[in-house]
Design a protein around this ligand. Structure first.
Ligand code: GTP
Ligand code: NA
Ligand code: MG
Length: 344
């Protein structure tokens, strides 16, 4: 049976431009505040159910012509610090769609450009969140307001400053080969890059950003997102880590098929493929960040793509972050999967 899986949305951008804060606002969490030095050092994942998206989008939902078929969105948070190029690339390579976060007051910075190169390399469509508009002089903040409502409150000078900063951004994108425009001035979303002005801190513009992301995913990625749910799972290791009571576990993004508790998995290791039997599947609660959960994980019997899941199994000490995870259901498949992993 085919179903539409939730799209994987990577959040990329320069350090401190507001990626984690934006996800905190969507999740109603405080992950960013607890980070050492205020810097994200790991790659994260959070499932946001479609009901939450609908609630945040509020009245904008009426812009949505037709039925919403997506079950939700799976967000991948990445670090913006220059030291973490490989984590950004991992996030970018997994993504169906991405949000490039740019602090509108700082504009293009080195890891903004690096993020664009990653998205280009993997041909990942993306939208731009021009963040921190609340820092424009005299900006009037009303929490969670749609941008197009909030802009009407601003005096002429603030509006002008926003326009100037947007034009600078658009000019930069042009230098990098993109035709970009403010989202409400975009004519053709396949050809133009949409920029949504937001304040991650106060939630301004998030309604439009979420409607846009979900709408684009459904409109342009529907074929890609249609998967054979019952098929064996495929995924990528985000992180290898110790978990009290479970030993070494792997945090994995499943992007295809269904992983079952009694599956055998073949996992990429430092210099070999590891074949192991799953001991437990630990699923974060919806809206919880896999790397910093508020609640205990649920032990589940199976999980379907797309999802972030912690897998407990023997012999994962040598597992390598960034490597594939392939579920197998026969001897023959084990050999095939081992070969595939070693050839990578
Ligand atoms: P890295 O993951 O380390 O690359 O950073 P990040 O992009 O996740 O940024 P983070 O969410 O850590 O935010 C960096 C700082 O900017 C924090 O102090 C946030 O409170 C602040 N910030 C983020 N978004 C906004 C915003 O919309 N307005 C204002 N005024 N501050 C913001
Ligand atoms: Na930060
Ligand atoms: Mg962060």
């Amino acid at each position: 049976m085919k179903k539409i899986r939730q799209p994987i949305i990577a959040v990329l951008g320069h350090v401190d431009h507001g990626k984690t804060t934006m996800l905190d606002r969507i999740r109603n969490t405080r992950v960013a505040e607890k980070e050492a030095g205020g810097i994200t050092q790991h790659i994260g994942a959070t499932e946001v159910p479609i009901e939450v998206i609908k609630k945040l989008a509020g009245p904008l939902l009426s812009l949505w012509k037709g039925e919403i078929k997506l079950p939700g969105l799976l967000f991948i948070d990445t670090p913006g610090h220059e030291a973490f190029t490989s984590l950004r690339a991992r996030g970018g390579s997994l993504a169906d769609l991405a949000i490039l976060v740019v602090d509108i007051n700082e504009g293009f910075q080195p890891q903004t450009i690096e993020s664009i190169e990653i998205l280009r390399k993997y041909r990942t469509p993306f939208v731009v969140a021009a963040n921190k508009i609340d820092r424009i002089k005299g900006w009037k903040v009303v929490e969670n307001e749609p941008f197009l409502v909030n802009i009407k409150r601003q005096d002429q000078r603030a509006v002008q400053e926003l326009e100037t900063k947007l034009w600078e951004l658009i000019g930069k994108f042009y230098e990098f080969g993109f035709q970009a425009n403010r989202f409400d001035r975009v004519q053709d979303f396949r050809r133009e890059l949409a920029i949504v002005p937001i304040s991650a801190k106060y939630g301004i513009g998030l309604p439009e950003l979420l409607v846009l992301i979900a709408g684009l995913a459904q409109k342009y990625l529907e074929e890609k997102l249609k998967i054979e749910v019952e098929g064996p799972a495929r995924g990528t290791i985000l992180e290898v880590r110790e978990e009290v009571g479970f030993g070494t576990t792997i945090d994995v993004i499943i992007y295809d098929g269904t992983l079952r508790k009694d599956d055998i998995i073949v996992v990429g290791g430092r210099d070999k493929a590891i074949v192991t039997k799953i001991r437990a599947l630990l699923k974060p609660k919806p809206l919880d960040e896999i790397r910093d959960p508020r609640y205990r994980f649920d032990q589940v019997d199976e999980v379907s793509a797309a999802a972030g899941i912690k897998i407990a199994a023997p012999n994962l000490e040598e597992a390598l972050a960034g490597s594939p995870v392939i579920a197998v259901r026969s001897e023959e498949e084990i050999e095939k999967a081992k070969k595939e992993i070693l050839e990578q």
